[in-house]
Design a protein around this ligand. Structure first.
Ligand SMILES: Cc1cc2nc3c(=O)[nH]c(=O)nc-3n(C[C@H](O)[C@H](O)[C@H](O)COP(=O)(O)OP(=O)(O)OC[C@H]3O[C@@H](n4cnc5c(N)ncnc54)[C@H](O)[C@@H]3O)c2cc1C
Length: 399
């Protein structure tokens, strides 16, 4: 059985995250959305304040000074932050998955070195780089042959690996102090066996941010193009200490993405309800027109379905069950729900929906970007199909 009730601790964290978001995020969100210079306007003060409350380091296990929260607690906190603005929410939560990964896949020495530095510095952000100009969906659904997928190479030269190649679309890389980079260590093997991950500090010689990549929405999830020109990465920074994949990627990134989607969708629905109650047409608030009430009801229905699915998925992950089909189905449903709900909210607003001073156009632009994070909708569905087929072959269909 899955328990939908929040614990007292989760309720307190929910309140803390909500108060923080209303106080520190809401007042700056719109100005950030109109920024002409993402790096210059990056909200370091907001991040520092979040960090002082422990919000930046939620993904750290207890033995490294973090809270060791379960995924359901992640969902509760992210939902509140994203309700006010998903970009600021992402700035705070982006490093949770990175810390989680180092804690689960790093060597003892790597955990001591990098997680302590991360914990002690209020402006320390983590980033993860897999995607390349010619390796997008290939990194999620690899054609598992040597000539496909990731092409950035890492060649051992004495005590270093020399990294050469390009990454792009990498979240927070321009502001991160450490980037976990997936590279090809053996070009004769398919990507599933021939890739390894490296912990690359931002001041590594030969590594630079080649450009900042701006987007239509979700703008302060700052994307960067990364250039590696004989970047010298010490052998001790090979994640897990040996070549080859350091382990499965785990559910952390997709749980973060789904929780953000649901926080945004909830905000869009609330904005639509308030507007529908205030806007008078035909001599009465438009909420009293059945056509509008039906739009609100559909948005509510989709939101509740997404939230329930996400809670179930987070609970499954907390119980240590690896249900990849459920993870991908939840990711696909929640990101699509965010876009559907914000587009319907835009209809409720009528012509005002596309006006810059109204909140709803930002929800749509932000939700559009969410569709492209992690695996695309098509790749998610192909992978779900593959899991279902393998279950059929194993004789366990819907179990
Ligand atoms: C805002 C944002 C943040 C991101 N953050 C990161 C990050 O932090 N780290 C990182 O490594 N990456 C990141 N990415 C990259 C993201 O994971 C990729 O954009 C995504 O995997 C899709 O790759 P692509 O953009 O190259 O699209 P493509 O792979 O070129 O896909 C184009 C179209 O073709 C379809 N397609 C491609 N291959 C197949 C196939 N085999 N079968 C069927 N259909 C297919 C796709 O579904 C899509 O519709 C980010 C992207 C965005 C937009």
């Amino acid at each position: 059985m899955i328990d939908f009730d929040l614990t007292d601790e989760q309720k307190a964290l929910q309140k803390m995250a909500r108060d923080f978001a209303e106080r520190e995020i809401r007042p700056i969100a719109e100005k950030l959305d109109r920024s002409q210079n993402l790096l210059q306007d990056f909200p370091w003060d907001m991040l520092k304040k979040a960090s002082k409350l422990g919000l930046r380091t939620v993904g750290l296990p207890k033995e490294y000074g973090g809270p060791g929260f379960d995924f359901r607690t992640w969902v509760v906190i992210i939902d509140e932050l994203a309700y006010c603005d998903i970009s600021c929410s992402k700035i705070i939560t982006q490093s949770w998955r990175g810390a989680h990964r180092i804690a689960h896949q790093g060597t003892k020495e790597q955990k001591d070195r990098f997680l302590s530095a991360f914990r002690d510095d209020d402006t320390y952000l983590l980033s993860g780089a897999r995607t390349e100009p010619n390796a997008g969906s290939d990194t999620h659904l690899p054609y598992d042959v040597p000539e496909a997928g990731i092409m950035l190479t890492a060649k051992r030269e004495g005590n270093y690996y020399a990294l050469n190649g390009r990454k792009h679309f990498i979240s927070m890389a321009p502001v991160a102090k450490l980037v976990t980079v997936t590279a090809r260590t053996d070009k004769t093997l398919p990507p599933s066996k021939g890739c390894s991950a490296f912990l690359v500090p931002k001041d590594t010689p030969g590594f630079r941010i080649a450009s900042i990549q701006d987007k239509v929405g979700y703008r302060f999830d700052v994307q960067g193009e990364l250039d590696f020109d004989n970047a010298k990465v010490p052998v001790e920074n090979l994640l897990g200490g040996k070549e080859g994949p350091a382990g499965p990627e785990g559910p952390a990134g997709r749980i973060e993405l789904c929780a953000q989607s649901m926080g945004l969708a909830r905000a869009a629905l609330d904005a639509a309800i308030k507007y529908a109650n205030e806007r008078i047409q035909g001599g009465r608030p438009i909420i009293q027109h059945q056509a509008v009430a039906m739009m609100l009801a559909e948005m509510y229905q989709t939101l509740q379905a997404g939230r329930s699915l996400l809670w179930r998925m987070a609970s499954t992950a907390d119980m240590g069950q690896d249900d990849h089909a459920l993870l991908l189905a939840t990711k696909s449903f929640c990101t699509e729900a965010a876009l559907k709900i914000s587009l319907t909210a835009m209809e409720v607003f009528g012509g005002s929906g596309v006006m810059r001073e109204m909140p709803v156009q930002k929800y749509v632009r932000d939700a559009m970007v969410l569709q492209h994070l992690e695996d695309t909708q098509q790749i998610s569905r192909i992978k779900i199909g593959q899991v279902l087929e393998s279950r059929l072959k194993e004789g366990r269909l819907s179990r």
